[in-house]
Write a protein that binds this ligand. Structure first.
Ligand code: NAP
Length: 434
């Protein structure tokens, strides 16, 4: 029987090793579109192996990181009460890291998800001295953790520490709004990974340590990349940006007139162009217009028009959102241009067709220092000869601010649902010239 147990243990260790290698390969392959499918498959196989080898905590990665972090916090709490008062200092410190990071990730992620789902108000909620209150909470939690490391029998302090971490998660996210949200979500992903890695130490589970560290570091790297894309430092996102976002969100919407056009006019302008850049955004996702956009691409390309897509790093509501949608509609990858690669080409572009994008095209990010998105790199669409914007109304986008692009001379507003409007343009193009 003990032989069988030893044999089984070896098999599980081997499964962990293969799963860990697959996770590393998955991350590497997902770096480029050409190998992304292989990367996803490797990740899926790794996950199946990991779940098969670790039935006790499959939730960690199967559910969202809010639930994963909840699981981590519960496991940490159970371990604490099982072991107290005989917990070694190292074990107690990783346990505290686990539950503090896990706790703040649970509520922080739920808050972030609630904000993105618009179940909670998207606007930043701020008050005077907020950063001091938040930092004090974190410091108190850490002081309790240090005390527990030296006095692991002080069980009455443990729930206080977890409670503070849970409240801190809420406090961390409520003041964040607008353009800073994606970075925070990615950072919370990183915290969830780090808390899981700490749980790996507590449970002496190497797979958890490796997978958690990978999750933690990839989330961190993504946060850094996104901060760069938005021209913000981490501290600015987490502490400095609060007041600015709150102040600018109050800005009133303009009432200046705009020029609008119908689908047949838009089709005529597109048909006369030789270089077109399509800028997709969140509205394309909402309308599920990607397949119609592909039809538009086909229809224009057939006429010999050069059509490319300008992809802003935070267009939509998650990193890679536009890439995923356009890939689903089989738009060729080599037609998708990253912001830095296409920005220089706008002056030679006849028509920039914006489909449900708003904040990522807002020139105020370059000129208006009071704007909450000031400093965020944006697509220089206003430098093209003609700009056409498909959206349903003059309502603002995610950051809640007006877009001066809509009032410029070269801009035409195409009011309507993205899928319906694009579909009508395609009809006009095929009816009129097909
Ligand atoms: P956006 O600024 O949110 O603007 C989307 C626009 O789409 C809106 O102005 C809306 O105008 C229009 N729209 C909505 N439904 C539509 C429909 N059915 N048909 C046509 N238009 C529709 O989007 P974005 O330019 O893609 O910018 C993304 C924003 O989200 C940034 O502020 C970014 O920081 C933030 N964000 C990004 C991520 C990420 O990781 N990518 C995550 C969270 C937040 P109407 O209501 O007038 O139609």
């Amino acid at each position: 029987m003990s032989d069988f147990a030893g044999y089984q243990q070896h098999i599980i260790e081997l499964i962990y090793l293969v799963a860990s290698a697959l996770f590393i390969l998955a991350l590497k392959w997902m770096n480029t579109p050409a190998t992304a499918r292989r990367g996803i498959l490797a990740g899926e196989i790794g996950m199946v192996l990991a779940i098969g080898g670790t039935p006790a905590v499959p939730q960690r990665t199967a559910l969202s990181h809010a639930f994963g972090a909840f699981c981590v916090t519960l496991v940490g709490t159970a371990e604490f009460y099982l072991r107290t008062p005989n917990v070694q200092p190292f074990m107690m410190s990783v346990l505290c890291c686990e539950v503090i990071l896990g706790g703040l990730t649970v509520t922080g992620s739920l808050m972030a998800a609630g904000k993105l789902q618009e179940v909670l108000p998207q606007r930043p909620i701020t008050f005077k001295g907020q950063n001091i209150v938040n930092l004090s909470m974190l410091v108190i939690a850490i002081v309790i953790a240090v005390y527990l490391v030296h006095n692991p029998g002080a069980t009455h302090l443990y729930p206080v520490m977890v409670g503070i971490a849970l409240v801190f998660g809420i406090m961390l996210v409520i003041p964040i709004g607008g353009a800073d949200m994606p970075t925070v979500i990615s950072l919370l992903n990183s915290y969830a990974g780090l808390s899981a890695a700490a749980m790996g130490f507590v449970l002496n589970n190497k797979l958890l340590i490796i997978a958690g560290a990978l999750d933690g570091s990839s989330g961190f790297i993504l946060s850094v990349i996104m901060s760069k894309a938005m021209n913000r430092s981490f501290t600015n996102v987490l502490f400095g940006a609060f007041g600015q976002v709150a102040a600018a969100a109050a800005g009133a919407q303009e009432t200046r007139p705009v020029k609008s056009a119908s689908p047949d006019e838009a089709a005529g302008i597109l048909a006369a162009a030789s270089k077109v850049v399509i800028v997709p955004g969140y509205g394309m996702a909402v309308a599920q217009a990607q397949h119609k956009v592909r039809e538009l691409y086909d229809s224009l390309t057939k006429r010999g028009i050069d059509v490319r897509f300008a992809i802003h790093p935070v267009a939509g509501r998650m990193p890679g959102h536009m890439n995923v949608l356009l890939a689903e509609a089989d738009v060729p990858y080599d037609r998708l241009m990253e912001m830095d690669d296409i920005n220089g080409d706008f002056p030679q572009t006849d028509v920039s067709l914006i489909i449900g994008a708003n904040d990522v095209t807002n020139p105020a990010a370059k000129t208006d220092q009071s704007s909450p998105i000031y400093g965020m790199p944006v697509l220089d669409v206003e430098r093209s000869h003609t700009v056409m914007v498909i959206k349903r109304s003059m309502n603002p986008g995610f950051a809640g601010i007006d877009n001066p692009l809509y009032y410029m001379d070269q801009t035409l507003m195409l009011f309507g649902d993205a899928k319906v409007f694009v579909s009508n343009i395609v009809k006009e193009l095929s009816g009129g010239h097909g």
